[in-house]
Structure formats: structure tokens, C-alpha cells
Design a binder for this molecule. Structure first.
Ligand code: NAP
Length: 488
């Protein structure tokens, strides 16, 4: 049965058919809303997991935590799930939950509030209108191309890690990986034994947290299949939850015991894993552990010491037809160059043109930096809610868990309209200002603000992520404080 408000059926547009968009579609249907369309710019669902297909792609959040709470999966193959398996999980969910209201190859380019409803337009020319817009557009989806001279002149294959060219042969080739974030480290671990030579170009060293990633045995998977209570227990593992909670405490308070424990583990990992003292010092960062997003890896140190691998720290002067010329004048000849150089993390739903009440332009509101009350709602943009929007908790946590908590919060805002209490709802300017003031002041004392460059920092150098504990986020997401919202 379809839900109505004030005699009309509410219409929802969800933008993006990745993890958060699929979640929104399932939850809206569950709540009785039938008039829902997801606009997806690509030809398939999956978001990040569709776009990223690089060799070695693995989620560094344990599989059973990187799973919708309502759709446990006894068949995860290993502790940390490979990217392709996550993509198949989401495809299975879309089929099982009959999420069939997706318009593919439809990039929303305009989203305008006309005083009552949202008017939308796609690049292919479809026009639509809706009472609610759910922006589930992801965070890291605009590849960052580095400004390196001569990149166009390279005679071999060159591409960004998020646009992997699978037609390019890798076995026995000379490969250069530029960048050593989570992506570059995973690619190096996978390709070092397969390449004739693999050069890892490191501009800034990274701290590496050692992890275990073993396959689940057939017996373990069978046990999970046959015992839903056990599956539930694994998915809500109290030991894992406690350690994630402790990690979040460490981020918030870099002088805590929790942080000292992490530092001991991570520094010990470097000291004990790299035998050559010169290489070890090249790999040693001069900033605090977890200031940049902490990299979790089973074997990066082992693979960067592989006979085929070389860590290059001299800095890149330029790219030439034959390879990379370093600042000390050496030419490193290569067949393939990969830019594992990250993403523009401040775009969110942009470059879409979003216009709120009275012609308010999102691009202007978000200059110099994006912000949203509780990472969800923007004043003057009524009935538009974001999942994984600016200032949410993004560091080393399960974004699925976060999106589910955010949905719980958003659903209560939607209910205010569905119940007829109001027609439009958005955070007030005062609420956003107070939230931002407290958030920015707290962010500066987190480990992310302790003195390093990272994609967590906004245009003013302040960490843009949720600066409080994971527990506080969960508590805030329980119920919106309605005095922070304008209901008209
Ligand atoms: P990233 O963390 O932003 O790292 C970009 C890398 O490129 C850095 O090492 C950076 O060096 C380097 N770089 C950028 N421009 C350069 C230039 N002009 N010359 C040389 N080096 C340059 O990007 P990412 O590795 O793609 O990871 C982004 C995020 O994606 C991660 O933090 C994580 O949230 C997510 N991710 C998650 C997983 C997972 O397992 N869950 C896996 C992959 C990615 P500097 O440090 O010097 O700036």
C-alpha cells in the first residue's frame, strides 16, 4: 500500500545506486513509500565497488561488519572482503530485495527547489519532480589526477587507479605506482611479485597497521549458514566493536592510552618488518600514527622488500615517453604508470547544480568548504538529505553501519512530512552554525589535525570528519533534535 501525506502520494528521488542509495530504496519501500526512483549515472549499481577494480582491491573493514545489518552474508570468503565480492553482494541484494526502480545512465545535473518540490533534470534530458531528494552520491568518486609535467607524453599505458584499464597486460611488465594511500599500498602488494619490476613512488611515508586476512574455511561458512544466531553474533562481534570504539577514542584523543597502544603496534610493525635500516627510515613517517587515514595491510612491508620492488622517494620531476624522471635526474623506464593519487573528497553531489529555497546555490553555500548539519541536512535545502555527506565519520569505519544510522535519523525527518506535521523540513542556520563551531573546535584536537596533509582536511586545513566518538555519533543518530530543524 502506498503512503500518502495531506492527500498526496509522496515522491522520492534517490541519487546514486551505490551502497547508500540501495539502502535508501529498501528502507523507503519497507516504510510503505512506493513512489521512488533511483537515478544512477552509470550502467550498473555498486558505486565505489563498481568504479574501483584495481588488482588487490580489498575492503579494510571486516566483511561481516561491511554488510547490511538486515542482510547478513554467511558466504564471505575471507576476513577482509575483496572488492569484486562486495560488488556481487550488492548485486545480490538488489535482486533479492527487488530494487527495480533504478534509472541507469541517468546523471542528475540539476536539482532545484521551486518553493514546494524539487525539480530535477538528467544529462540525458529526463525531467522529474519529487517531494524528497536523497543524495547518496558517495564521497570518493572524482579521481584526482596529479599535476605532473609530461604525463601526456608517456608512450606506455597510464591510468588512474579508479579507472583501471584491464586490457593492459601486467605480468612481467615494468610498472610504476604513484601514491601510497590505501589504494597504492594494496596495488603494490598485489603486483610486486607479478611485475618484472615495480617502482613505488612515495611522496610522503605512511603508517601501516598490521592485519590478518585469512580465508574462512568451508566449515566456518557452513556453520554460519546453518546457524542464524551464530551469524548474528559474528556480525555484531563485541570484541571487534570494542576495538573499533577504542580506535575512535584514539582519534578523538591523541594522548589517550588507546592511541599509545595503536602507536606501539604500528611503530613495532615497521621496526620488525623491514630489515634494511635505510629502507626502514625511508618508510618512517614524521607525523603521528593515524593522522592520515591509517593504512591496514597484511603484507605491504613484505612486498615492498620483494626483489622486484623498489621504493622511490627522490620525488618526481616529470614523466617522459620512456618513464618517470626523478628529481635527482634518473630516468626509470616503465611500461605502465598508475596514478593511485586519490580523489577530490569535497565534491559530494557536485558538479550537479543544486539550488535551494529562494535561489540559494549549493556551490556558494559550500564555498570554501562543504558542510551539513549532522552531515545530513543543509539550511535552505528542505527535504534534501545526504548519506555519507560532509563531516560524517569516514575514517576506517564501516560506512554501511554509518549509512544505516543516518537512515534511521533521516526516516524520522521524513515522517514529520508524511504524518502531515509539515510539508518541508531542513536544519536551521543557527543549528548548523552551532554544530560547525563545536565540530571545528573539536576537530582541531583530533589526531587528524595533528600536523599532516590528508584528504580529511578541508580547504582551510581543518579536519572535515566527525570529530567525536563513534558512540556519540550513534547516540546523535538515534533521534533528530527537532529544535534544530525548521518545519514549514
Ligand atoms: P589517498 O589516500 O588520497 O592517497 C593518495 C596518494 O597519492 C598519497 O600517497 C599522495 O601523497 C599521493 N599523491 C597525490 N598527488 C601526488 C603527486 N602529484 N605526486 C606524488 N604523489 C602524489 O588516496 P587512495 O589511496 O586512493 O585512498 C583514498 C581513500 O579511499 C582511503 O583513504 C580510503 O578511505 C579509501 N580506500 C579504502 C580502501 C579500503 O580498503 N577500505 C582501499 C582503498 C581506498 P601524499 O601523501 O604526499 O599527499
Amino acid at each position: 500500500m502506498s503512503k500518502e501525506s495531506q492527500g498526496r502520494e509522496l515522491r522520492f528521488v534517490i541519487i546514486g545506486a551505490g551502497m547508500a542509495g540501495i539502502l535508501s530504496a529498501i528502507k523507503l519501500r519497507e516504510a510503505g513509500f512506493q513512489n521512488v526512483t533511483i537515478y544512477e549515472k552509470a550502467a550498473r549499481i555498486g558505486g565505489t565497488w563498481r568504479e574501483n577494480t584495481y588488482p588487490g582491491l580489498t575492503c579494510d573493514v571486516p566483511s561481516h561488519s561491511y554488510t547490511y545489518s538486515f542482510a547478513p552474508n554467511p558466504d564471505w570468503s575471507q576476513i577482509m572482503p575483496p572488492g569484486g565480492e562486495i560488488q556481487r553482494y550488492f548485486e545480490g541484494i538488489v535482486a533479492d530485495y527487488r530494487v527495480d526502480n533504478i534509472a541507469f545512465n541517468q546523471e542528475v545535473i540539476r536539482c532545484e527547489f521551486d518553493g514546494d518540490r524539487w525539480q530535477l533534470e538528467t544529462a540525458a534530458g529526463i525531467k522529474d519532480s519529487a517531494d524528497f531528494v536523497i543524495a547518496a552520491t558517495g564521497v570518493l568518486h572524482h579521481p584526482r589526477w596529479p599535476d605532473i609535467k609530461g604525463a601526456d607524453s608517456f608512450a606506455g599505458a597510464l591510468f588512474h587507479s579508479a579507472q583501471w584499464d584491464h586490457a593492459v597486460p601486467l605480468e612481467g611488465k615494468r610498472i610504476g605506482i604513484i601514491g601510497n594511500g590505501s589504494t597504492g599500498v594494496q596495488i603494490v602488494s598485489e603486483l610486486a611479485p607479478r611485475a618484472a619490476k615495480l617502482c613505488h613512488f612515495q611522496r610522503t611515508p605512511q603508517w601501516i597497521m598490521p592485519i590478518e586476512n585469512r580465508p574462512f574455511t568451508n566449515e566456518e561458512k557452513q556453520a554460519l549458514r546453518s546457524d542464524p544466531a551464530l551469524l548474528h553474533q559474528v556480525q555484531n562481534d563485541p570484541t571487534l566493536n570494542a576495538s573499533i570504539e577504542r580506535f575512535s577514542e584514539a582519534i578523538v584523543d591523541p594522548d589517550s592510552d588507546a592511541m599509545h597502544e595503536i602507536e606501539t603496534l604500528v611503530i613495532g610493525n615497521l621496526d620488525n618488518s623491514v630489515s634494511d635500516p635505510v629502507l626502514r627510515e625511508k618508510l618512517r613517517p614524521d607525523y603521528r600514527v593515524a593522522c592520515k587515514r591509517l593504512i591496514f595491510s597484511t603484507d605491504y612491508y613484505e612486498k615492498v622488500q620483494h626483489p622486484n620492488a623498489e621504493l622511490v622517494v627522490e620525488g618526481i620531476e616529470c614523466i617522459e615517453p620512456a618513464g618517470v624522471r626523478t628529481k635527482d635526474g634518473r630516468l626509470i623506464e616503465l611500461d605502465v604508470i598508475v596514478f593511485a593519487t586519490g580523489f577530490h573528497a569535497d565534491q559530494f553531489m557536485r558538479p550537479m547544480n543544486v539550488t535551494g529555497r529562494n535561489g540559494t546555490l549549493l556551490n556558494e553555500v559550500w564555498t570554501p568548504k562543504p558542510t551539513a548539519y549532522m552531515a545530513i541536512s543543509i539550511p535552505e535545502f528542505p527535504n534534501l538529505f545526504m548519506l555519507n555527506g560532509p563531516n560524517g565519520p569516514v575514517g576506517n569505519f564501516s560506512l554501511i553501519e554509518i549509512a544505516e544510522q543516518q537512515w534511521h535519523y533521516i526516516s524520522q525527518l521524513i515522517d514529520k512530512v508524511a504524518s502531515g506535521e509539515c510539508r518541508h523540513i531542513a536544519a536551521t542556520r543557527e543549528a548548523l552554525e552551532a554544530f560547525d563551531k563545536a565540530r571545528i573546535s573539536a576537530a582541531k584536537t583530533t589526531v587528524f589535525g595533528s600536523g599532516c596533509q590528508s584528504w580529511y582536511l578541508d580547504a582551510e586545513g581543518v579536519p572535515a570528519t566527525w570529530p567525536w566518538s563513534r558512540a556519540r555519533f550513534a547516540e546523535e543518530m538515534q533521534a533528530p533534535k527537532l529544535d534544530a530543524f525548521e518545519m514549514l
